[in-house]
Design a binder for this molecule. Structure first.
Ligand code: GDP
Length: 534
């Protein structure tokens, strides 16, 4: 059966009820708090605060995590599943710091929508803007939550204007705040004609919800102070006149974002947002792949790795590959084909990330995220299928912007260092290049902070003190071309050539002039700043 709205086959109910999304925000806007409340309403935790508390217990286990805590950044991403009403939500966490943008980018390839959290006093901040641009590249639907309305916030029209202007997306208010700062009492729910009143005394209490028949309903006067009623009526009238009405199709196409106003810490507006995600958020979407797209309605199981995390549990040297299920109904114990190596893989102990605990996944449907523990076979960009040679596309690797040489503090430990570096490279935490001359490695990252993270992780997880030092190179480019042309190029430029951790040829240099020269002198060669992970 075709779904009339999307012109696509209707999905099996188990798949249609899934909503897989990420939260994007500028640090401090309230992502963690909102996540906590999602889990609270999703029944995944009993009390807000538990995620953080658990997180801290885990963090104290290593200084690396300590660093994450000190800096107030979340370096590692994970996935959480929970039910809300008839829906199954899969929330994929994105690292918040801009130095980890490549990781974030790849995480966003695994979701069907994003919730954008902004601070009502600050509006669209730099990191929000960057992450939004990434979502836009994939036309991801975006739902917006304007947080911290319990504090002094900006004028509602001004906030909406700023989003429309800066992000070039239509904004439609799903709710409208009543009063500002200390006088903020709640919201008028424009979609359901309800008053939602915030309880400041009890932060975990669900807002009181009062049905009214439009803003002229005299019942309003019992709940909203007289001086705020006129303002509310006026603003809502203006909003309805000046701002576009909610168009679900435009939301799904990523051209319009509905905005809810609330206060995550007061649990206010969160449920309305969640209902919005269920109602206006997309079902699991097709995934781009070669030689054809992977469709969620297909009976056969397929999925792809968008993230690898090593040493999640320092006691076991395990790695977990995070796999986004793209189609079918997966059952534990299934044998899938690892397309890159063409080898069968029995998936016997997959994990599903329920709140902050890992649980064995007995089954998973298109849209779900499962973790597959492995010893390094699974890499970012890998595809698993029931045999068909499909390969996911659109999971890029970016040329690093910073390069440094790295040496083991103890020269006898060079082999260990190589192993550690390869592992981080496969995890996507850094690019590792082995120059074809001399010894040692060149490590490339996007932001300087990553060197520090690497150094502390190598020391903690491998007991290897390491030193990063300046490299003679500042840029890396992947070399593409016919084999003969590449060989000729490599032979003539040995001092610049290295292999990356997949064995692909890379050209290292410190001068843009060199890159221009290569492009001029070697018309058969292309130097590229990105490569597809496959
Ligand atoms: P993240 O960096 O985006 O994950 O932000 P957090 O969730 O850690 O929140 C940053 C700070 O804002 C914390 O001190 C929160 O307690 C606070 N916060 C979060 N939501 C609200 C809210 O609705 N109102 C107020 N006043 N503070 C909030």
């Amino acid at each position: 059966m075709l779904d009339t709205a999307t012109n696509r086959p209707e999905l099996p109910p188990e798949i249609a009820r899934r909503r897989t999304f990420a939260i994007i925000s500028h640090p401090d806007a309230g992502k963690t708090t909102l996540t906590e409340k999602f889990l609270l309403y999703g029944g995944a935790i009993q009390m807000a605060g538990q995620v953080r508390a658990k997180g801290e217990a885990r963090r104290t286990r290593s200084d690396f995590m300590q660093m994450e805590k000190d800096r107030g950044i979340s370096v590692s991403a994970s996935a959480m599943s929970f039910d809300f009403g008839e829906f199954r939500f899969n929330l994929v966490d994105t690292p918040g710091h801009s130095d980890f943008s490549e990781d974030t980018y790849r995480t966003l390839t695994a979701v069907d929508a994003a919730v954008m959290v902004i601070d009502g006093a600050k509006g669209v901040e730099s990191q929000t803007q960057k992450l939004f641009e990434v979502c836009r590249l994939r036309d991801l639907p975006i739902l917006t939550f304007c947080n911290k309305m319990d504090r002094e916030s900006r004028d509602t029209f001004e906030i909406i204007d700023e989003i429309q202007e800066n992000l070039a997306i239509d904004v439609t208010p799903a709710s409208w705040p009543i009063g500002v700062g200390r006088d903020f009492i709640g919201c008028y729910d424009l979609l359901n004609d309800r008053l939602e009143l915030m309880d400041r005394a009890d932060r975990n209490k669900v807002a009181e919800s009062i049905s009214i028949e439009g803003l002229d309903d005299p019942k309003i006067e019992e709940h909203v102070p007289a001086e705020l009623i006129d303002q509310l009526r006026e603003e809502v009238e203006m909003a309805r006149e000046l701002l576009p009405a909610l168009d679900p199709q435009a939301v799904l196409e990523g051209h319009m974002t509905p905005i809810w106003f609330g206060s995550a810490i007061n649990s206010f507006g969160v449920q309305e947002l969640m209902q919005g995600i269920g109602k206006y958020g997309p079902e699991p979407q097709p995934q781009s792949a070669q030689p054809r797209e992977m469709m969620p309605e297909e009976k056969k199981v397929a999925g792809f790795v968008f993230k690898v995390q090593a040493n999640m549990d320092p006691k076991h040297r395990d790695r977990v590959a995070f796999v986004r299920m793209a189609s079918g109904h997966f059952k534990r114990g299934m044998k899938l084909t690892h397309v890159r190596t063409k080898k069968p893989m029995a998936i016997s102990n997959p994990v599903l990330f329920l709140a902050s605990d890992r649980e064995l996944a007995e089954e998973a449907w298109a849209g779900d995220i499962i973790g597959i523990p492995n010893h390094g076979q699974l890499r970012i960009g890998d595809t698993l299928t029931e045999g068909e040679a499909l390969r996911v596309t659109g999971i890029p690797s970016f040329a690093p912007e910073l390069l440094q040489g790295v040496r083991a503090g103890d020269p006898l430990k060079a082999k260990h260092l190589e192993k550690a570096l390869m592992q981080f490279a496969e995890e996507g935490a850094a690019k590792v290049f082995k120059p074809s001359f001399g010894s040692g490695f060149v490590v490339g990252v996007v932001g300087a902070l990553q060197f520090e993270v690497l150094a502390s992780r190598i020391e903690l997880e491998y007991g290897l003190p390491v030193r990063f030092d300046q490299s003679q190179f500042t840029s890396a480019r992947w070399v593409h071309g016919e084999k003969d042309a590449v060989d000729k190029f490599v032979n003539a430029n040995k001092q610049h050539i290295a292999l990356d951790n997949d064995g692909d040829v890379v050209y290292l240099t410190r001068l843009q002039w060199d890159i221009d020269r290569v492009e001029r002198d070697y018309p058969d060669i292309t130097l590229s700043a990105t490569k597809e992970m496959m």
